[in-house]
Ligand binder design. Structure first.
Ligand code: SF4
Length: 323
């Protein structure tokens, strides 16, 4: 692991990551920002992370945290109970373990997730999914939803650009898709020249459709120049729209674009009658037409996801949080 890969003992004498009990910051976000479009839409989540990462993505958009070499970035002391109480008091529906990757702070994430569940809150992992089978079970059994990055479908891409391997990530995706407890959505960051060829896109969407099934939501997200890839241009909207169409043509039912403003490709449609059901403007729900049971209001087709009777009204803003 890069960054803060040190350990110490917690009060129970267990060996835990040094980051335990200290965050790099907390923020209230709309759940759509994770991104999750089929999990409690419109609700707010308390996001937090630490420092360090077990990958070293050259395109990392959180590199100031993931590649941090010192613990000085851990600015806020916050024990698990304090984080859960803070989320509860602010009306959040869930806590999101994000920014770097909860895989590198599992004890902290699990203890916080337990505290959150005791208060009736849900837990969301935002992760690259690069983890061994045993800790995979241990971490995700506490998570009610996960957004996993599938950064590409090529082993050389993973080795060259992320310093990791594709196989364990695919295993995590298969594991979560088969797990009825944890709701799964998948994100692919589309990077010009590196993973945006027709062949790359076809292979990726075919793998998702075949291995995970047509109902797993897939998000194509736009790259912007960052970290060690400042010389690569921003992803054009046309590339994301092409990727989305490729996925729809391959049989995926719920495909979205991210980091661009396009309401058509941010909308959830009924796969049976094509009725628009949840319309979004950026992270804001503008129209919600699911029945209270999560069915299409026109043809009654069940729409996979975890749907509230009424969507939340978070809107499009961010709020800093202190605990
Ligand atoms: S897995 Fe995510 S946080 Fe870690 S280096 Fe890659 S992009 Fe950054």
């Amino acid at each position: 692991m890069r960054g803060a890969c040190f350990t110490r003992c917690n009060i129970d004498g267990d060996l835990v990551a040094t980051a335990y009990g200290r965050t790099s910051g907390l923020c209230i976000d709309p759940v759509e920002k994770k991104p999750l479009n089929h999990f409690w839409p419109g609700n707010s989540v308390l996001s937090f992370g630490t420092v360090g990462c077990n990958l070293s993505c050259r395109f990392c958009q959180n590199w100031e945290l993931s590649a941090a070499r010192s613990l000085e970035r851990l600015t806020s002391a916050a024990d698990p109970d304090a984080i859960a109480i803070s989320a509860f008091q602010r009306g959040c529906r869930a806590i999101a373990y994000t920014y770097n990757d909860p895989i590198v702070f599992p004890e902290y994430a699990i203890d916080t997730a337990r505290a959150a569940h005791e208060l009736g809150l849900l837990n969301i992992a935002v992760s690259a999914g690069y983890i061994n089978p045993e800790p995979r079970i241990e971490l995700f059994q506490h998570m009610d939803a996960a957004n996993i990055d599938l950064k590409g479908i090529d082993e050389r891409f993973y080795r060259r650009l992320t310093g990791s391997e594709l196989g364990p990530v695919l295993d995590t995706l298969r594991y979560l898709a088969a797990d009825p407890h944890t709701w799964l959505e998948v994100t692919n960051l589309v990077i010009p020249r590196y993973n945006d060829s027709d062949d790359d896109l076809h292979r990726l969407v075919d793998w998702v459709a075949t291995e995970l099934g047509p109902d797993i939501p897939l998000h194509f997200s736009a790259f912007h120049p960052d970290h060690k890839m400042m010389d690569v241009p921003r992803t054009p909207a046309s590339t994301l729209l092409k990727a989305r169409q490729t996925a729809l043509d391959s049989g995926l039912h719920f495909v979205y674009t991210g980091n661009i403003a396009d309401s058509t490709s941010s909308t959830t449609y009924c796969p049976q009658c094509n009725q628009s059901l949840v319309e979004r403007s950026q992270y804001e729900i503008t129209t919600y037409r699911l029945t209270p049971d999560g069915n299409c209001f026109t043809c009654a087709t069940p729409i996979p996801g975890r749907w509230p009777v009424h969507p939340g009204t978070f809107g499009n803003h961010r709020a800093p949080v202190r605990v």
